[in-house]
Design a protein around this ligand. Sequence first.
Ligand SMILES: N[C@@H](CCC(=O)N[C@@H](CS)C(=O)NCC(=O)O)C(=O)O
Length: 208
Amino acid sequence: MTITVHHLNNSRSQRILWLLEELGADYTVTHYQRDAETNLAPPELKEPHPLGKSPLIVDDGLRVAESGAIIQYICERHGGAGWLPETDTEDHVRHLEWMQFGESSFFVPVMMKIMAGRLGEAAAPIMPRIDEQFADHVRFMEDGLSDSLHFVGDDWTAADVMMSFPAEIAVMQGFAASCPKTVRFVEAVHARPAWKRARDEAGPYFIW
Ligand SMILES: N[C@@H](CCC(=O)N[C@@H](CS)C(=O)NCC(=O)O)C(=O)O
């Protein structure tokens, strides 16, 4: 059965295409383009899901939203069992944590920075606290990477797929000098043949 990926250009949906390519899964892409001025998704993306966000997949009529749920679902149902640690291990618990961190804790300061940044000078009183939180979360991610450049164990897992987007954000936001492992992790992701195939499918992605 073919999975349909509702893919917004230049978005965190990129990692879903990467995972599908890694697993050799059968999928098609429905493309959506961000508004050139606002950078928001087009209204058509509200047709498959009321929030109008990407990624979103539909598999044999079953709709799955939220990056972490999609990644887990694809691994479980489309040949990615080897990308998930055994459930009775400590690695499993660490894996759960990174799968949550990658879209919850990490993005609180990121979104606050984006939104508060639009206020200009009015945001000055809260910006230091936001920047401090952002830096703390980036540091936690850097410290969480093993010397083998993985978040759990010494091989690729779904947590690496999940964390690829926060890692890219950190590098883009100027943390490269203080986060060498994060930089090398992003380079390792982008060197994967599957990631390159996914980018060919999706088009230009950030600065890469
Ligand atoms: N927590 C959601 C976040 C989804 C999300 O915010 N996606 C962004 C793309 S990076 C989006 O669709 N933005 C378009 C908009 O808000 O108009 C997930 O993990 O899937």
